[in-house]
Design a protein around this ligand. Structure first.
Ligand code: SAM
Length: 288
């Protein structure tokens, strides 16, 4: 009998992946096949093919990104800060092992260097080989892969990057410290004097404490901070949040014209409207 990872179950001849969301919520995906399954020193890495979401990256049983809607998340975490900064040249991505954020950033010809600091080389290898819908088999010479802990990488650096994108997994396991105040202080120092950062700040429906805490810290540290949203069906609750901090540029002053790049979700109207928050979010957010 085949031994599957603990999140996979065979039932009536079908394979099911079950993501345990929270105490009273689990989400199951029916799978066509498991394409890749290996453990690294950091986590268990799987690429599966699902019936409804296409191929997906799964880390420790949690779905990270899917072929169906990974572009929504990756375009929003990348193009929003890159369009609000008037002249981004050097970009740091922390996490982002599926390569989707780096792929989006590399669409801008004026960006000179993209450093991608991912703790787990196995995620990058698996996504480049088996998730081309997201990674696009990224091989742009401006993208430099650094396999290290993002927390450690930013410790002794200062004044280096125009834009920092924190594309981390959930605040458990290796990404836990990427949601803490000390890390954001380091990011503030790593940014140039007019730098902008953005992080994924979890679900406004199910993770309000994480989002509120992130928004409070960025409000204290940065001259300008704002939360924006997008709908990503793969993530529990559907609605997802990103929180940006800017040292110099107000985040609600939009450029007259954005550099046109090919996207499936992001556009100028989305840039202008994504900072408009529903009333319930304005109520619990310090920057709402
Ligand atoms: N879009 C996804 C989401 O919101 O669920 C996350 C994308 S990406 C796959 C997250 C990446 O962050 C993973 O590849 C993971 O290995 C990486 N990661 C987690 N902790 C990290 C750390 N401390 N330093 C660098 N990368 C980290």
């Amino acid at each position: 009998m085949t031994k599957y990872p603990e999140w996979i179950e065979e039932k009536d001849g079908s394979l099911w992946l079950t993501e345990y969301e929270r105490e009273n919520l689990k989400i199951s995906y029916r799978l066509k096949e498991i394409i890749f399954s290996e453990s690294s020193p950091f986590q268990h890495v799987m690429i599966v093919d699902t019936f409804d979401f296409g191929r997906a990256l799964v880390l420790d049983g949690i779905v990270q990104t899917t072929a169906l809607d990974g572009h929504i998340y990756n375009e929003m975490i990348t193009h929003v800060p890159l369009c609000l900064h008037p002249n981004p040249k050097k970009v740091l991505i922390i996490g982002g092992g599926d390569c989707g954020a780096a792929r989006e950033a590399a669409k801008y010809p004026h960006i000179e260097r993209i450093d991608m600091v991912e703790i787990d080389e196995l995620v990058v290898k698996a996504c480049k080989a088996h998730l081309p819908e997201i990674s696009g088999n990224l091989s742009d010479p401006r993208v430099h892969f650094i396999f290290d802990d993002g927390l450690r990488f930013v410790k002794d650096r200062r004044n280096e990057y125009d834009v920092v994108i924190v594309d981390s997994s959930d605040p458990i396991g290796p990404a836990e410290h990427l949601f803490e105040r000390g890390f954001y202080e380091d990011l503030h120092r790593v940014l140039k004097d007019d730098g902008i950062m953005v992080c994924q700040s979890q679900s406004p429906i199910f993770h309000q404490n994480v989002l509120r805490n992130t928004a409070s810290i960025l409000k204290e540290l940065f001259a300008f901070s704002k939360t924006y949203i997008a709908t990503v069906p793969t993530y529990p609750g559907g609605l997802w949040s990103f929180t940006a901090g800017s040292k110099t540029y107000p985040l609600d002053r939009f450029p007259d014209r954005i550099t046109p790049v090919e996207t499936k979700y992001f556009n100028e109207e989305i840039l202008k409207s994504c900072f408009s928050l529903p009333t319930f979010m304005k109520k619990f957010l310090p920057n709402g």
